[in-house]
Design a protein around this ligand. Sequence first.
Ligand code: ADP
Ligand code: MG
Length: 628
Amino acid sequence: MSHDTQTETRGFQAEVRQLLDLMIHSLYSNKEIFLRELISNASDAAERLRFEALGNAALFESDSEIKIEVEYSENLKTITVRDNGIGMSRQEVVENLGTIAKSGTQEFLKAMTGDRQKDSQLIGQFGVGFYSAFIVAEEVTVTTRRAGLGAEEGVRWQSDGKGEYSVRTVPRKLRGTEVVLKLRTGEEEFLNGYRLRNIIGKYSDHITLPILMPKEGKDASGFERVNAATALWSRPKSEISDEEYNEFYKHVAHDHEAPLARIHSKVEGKLEYTLLLFIPKHVPFDLWDPERRRGVKLFVRRVFIMDDATQLMPRYLRFVRGVVDSNDLPLNISREILQDNKIIDGMRAGAVKKVLGLLEELVTKGEYGVFWKTFGRVLKEGFIEDASNRDRLAKLARFSSTHTDSEEQEVSLDDYVTRMKEGQSAIYYVVADGFATAKNSPHLEVFRKKGLEVLLLSDPVDEWAVTHLTEYSGKPLKSVSKGALDLGALEDKDDKAAAETEAGEYKDLVERIRKSLAERVKEVRVTHRLTISPACLVADEHELGAHLERLLKAAGQDLPATPPILEINPEHPIVRRLRREVEGPRFEDWARILFDQALLSEGGRLDDPAGFVHRLNELFLVISGEAA
Ligand code: ADP
Ligand code: MG
């Protein structure tokens, strides 16, 4: 106990120091945002209290009217922001105000360049939070008591933001948190009621809690409310300005940039709810973090229920931010009830439709490119996750294709379909680990020759995604590296006839290669798929495909080995030469090289790369006449 009440001085985590330094130097042109951040935290703390109190009403103590107070003192040169929200325990203070526990911070700091100009843009995207107090303050003192803890267990945290902070346990009756900023010399402009009200109006009007300030003027006493404190989404659209929407977005999304798009809609009918949803302009730092926490907030009749209501948004729309406010749910709803709730399911289905509608609108307005670049990879997960909207999602998907050969994913399936050749019955695609591998895949050779477009898929999610997208507008999607080449009506009669005779002529060679490669291949056959390469590997129609197999193995799945089919190009000089080598002493090596290079060219890994190099070098020597 004695240890706990002592003052303890601790160093900030290195990342915090880095962040503080950057912040103080890069945000000086927009100092006033510190107030928005502190009010935003106070509002979050109130929401957390309400949420925890759902299960334990005692946490309200005798003080359930939650509010935020902002005061200043010209004499002391201080600004105070006070809330009666959840508060913090000593441990929470150390965790929250001494380290950066936020997911994504590491990535953020890694992305920093050291170039102040660029980094200040980055910090704008990241969200600066509590530490922004040090932009204007030379000393910050936080006094807090967590709801549920006794009056002896208050905590005081203090720092000049230079590298260390102190914490000690102090007696405190008031629940919640009080942040006192001792302003730096030169920041006196903020010691002004009019100025502070103005900043609150600009950034925090949408906060649904009352924000109170002392009345001004001679003989004035008591506090008055300085924000509108009406839920923004409950107001008519026509009365809300873009600025108000944007400030609201920044608060709910903890973002510093305006959103890319928004949808504000009141749904009436069997279910009644309002949604105000936003699509960010950039990737949230925790998009790929399984423990990400912010998403859509759930309100019931304008009362906050919970953050990150994952049930309200499918995973593939996890970048969406905003609120859904239900008129139908009970106020005392618990997380468990949310799990399997018809009202929630109905609202989610409705919200998804609205978001997809918003994306379709972006397409019409020609603003979809930015979105796809930023979130396309996530949206594609929807093919897997959301069968009921698959067609709409497919329409929204964009790909690279041999039409442009550009890495930019700009081709829609509709574009593809309008360009299909007469007699073409399928939409063709190739999947590989990277764009270059896809683009240069030997499987494309015949398609390029015939001018048939092929989609080039190289995002990690692609192979899974396309297996769920079996057709589009009545046309099957077909991998060019699976099954026998069947171009149907597009096949040249001559090619077909030639293939048949060749199959006969190459029977011995095919047999011999098969014997040499033994269990490495399932089958060897002659193909017309290739025009440049001597050989390629294909998977059987119903097998996973080499790429997906590699992905699953990398993910730790134990898969039975499925040997591929080796297809050889009868027109290729190497293959023709090989026909004459069937009895030759080096045939085994030739066969292995043929197989290994086919594997390499589709992005596969050799199980014996040194052996490959050795065999290749031997061959060079033979050709150059140097071999022993
Ligand atoms: P963020 O709000 O994005 O989490 P901040 O830097 O603004 O990041 O705040 C860090 C953490 O400090 C918050 O997540 C919260 O846990 C805690 N915190 C800050 N202000 C308060 C407050 N007024 N009441 C309770 N906790 C707070
Ligand atoms: Mg914050």
